[in-house]
Structures are given as C-alpha cells and as structure tokens.
Design a binder for this molecule. Structure first.
Ligand SMILES: [Ca+2]
Length: 109
C-alpha cells in the first residue's frame, strides 16, 4: 500500500511540475510574440537559467510579473503589460519595456 501511494505521489508531482514547465514555456512564447526583440528565455524571469525541479525561484522581474497576473485562476496566465512596462524591476535605471525591446534582461542588472 505504501509503495502504491509513493508511486501515485510521484506521478501526481510529475504531472504538476510538468504542467508548470509548460506554463512557463507558454509565458515565454507570449513574451517573445509581444516583444520580438526581447529574446526572452528562462533567465528573463528566473534566477537560474536552467532551473531544476523545485528550484524555480523568480528574479525581480518575475516577481513583478506575478503581481500583474490578469486572472490568477486562469489556467493560462496573462499579464497586464501596461503596468509592467514602466517599472524598473531590476533597479538598473532602465524601464522593463526598454529592456525587453533592447533584448536585455529586465530581471538582472
Ligand atoms: Ca531595468
């Protein structure tokens, strides 16, 4: 019984973590569609470029993005870019919108 429970737990975790990774890829695609010169990648929003499971800590820009989720209950997250664009999430003196258009990282100085 315990082994069955453990297998089930692993399966559920794999599904949950897998869907989170897919969601992140959707966000990345959406960002690159809106800002074609952004060259958005994992490190645009996350602390580590190739984060391992359970270590998906977000950077300052990722934290600001999560403040402006349009509908937190929606399966596919969308963001209020009008509120994100004028911010300088990483504090380097450049607005997020300017960094996205220039292809620099709005989440790292
Ligand atoms: Ca900045």
């Amino acid at each position: 019984m315990k082994k069955t429970t453990a297998v089930l737990l692993v399966a559920v975790l794999a599904i949950v973590l897998g869907s989170a990774a897919v969601a992140t890829m959707d966000m990345q695609k959406d960002m690159n569609a809106k800002y074609p010169t952004a060259k958005a990648k994992c490190a645009t929003c996350h602390v580590k470029a190739m984060a391992k499971k359970g270590d998906a800590e977000v950077n300052a820009f990722g934290k600001d993005m999560m403040k402006f989720v349009v509908d937190p209950k929606a399966e596919k997250k969308t963001f209020d870019w009008a509120k994100l664009e004028p911010l300088d999430s990483d504090g380097d003196g450049q607005k997020n919108v300017d960094e996205l258009k220039a292809g620099t990282n709005p989440g790292a100085k």
